[in-house]
Design a protein around this ligand. Sequence first.
Ligand code: PGA
Length: 283
Amino acid sequence: MKLALASLLFGSATAFTTTGNHAAVSSTALNARKPFISGNWKLNPQSKDEALTLAKNIASSITDSSPDSDVALFVPYVFIESAMGAVDSKLSVGAEGVCPQINGAYTGAISTAMLKSIGVQWALAGHSERREIFGETDDYINAQCLKIIDEGMAVMLCIGESLAEFEQDLAGSVCAVQLKKGLKGIRKEDLNRVAIAYEPVWAIGTGKVATPEIAQDVHATCRAILADIYDQEAADDVRILYGGSVTPESVDDLMRQPDIDGALVGGASLDSEKFGRIINFQD
Ligand code: PGA
């Protein structure tokens, strides 16, 4: 992983001392942070009945012997309330996005106030599909993050490089820019309501999961970037989830990495058996 550009951007070489060497970037003790397993349903499923059944079956996979993790489902707005009823507070149900404005002439938008009024705590921001398909910029994503935090909610900020960027060893640099811009103005004391999802675009929905080593390398880099923006204590506390084709087959090895604190799961979160196995990962 080449981090030279990231070092330049942040003007601090200490956290980014070398390339391709996990030991060079500080990583933290395994299980230092509470695991966080989350599902992202995207534009699925197609009916309320299916959403209810899926949410119920996922919730029933959480038992007394499940790992002590936070579990969340990010679901389409129309299913939020019924999914909340179906999961019986075993997990949180969050929104896939928010509008940074609070009210006014924004046809089709959903505000943080509306979400809060139905008990939503978590929302996604910066997912690569929102960046690419809907043209959401780093500034817009930052406005979403700030609004979510200002309103007392919690945000999962998604970041990640494209295939071309990965091939040019730019993952660290891209994550540095997206983290710095996305988190601009968020204070250290509010970071307990921030989670980061590192989702390499080349791994999302492609079946090409990053190897645990690649993912760990970028996660450690992201933590070093957080330490550079805030400080090491803050960086050690922020949960960084991996996303991109996570399956029951890949989750255990990913979760064994010291800087991987959870997973953001798309396709496999639409299958309660698969997602149930991911929730019950073995470390
Ligand atoms: P995937 O999606 O698990 O289907 O790759 C992950 C995501 O987009 O959050």
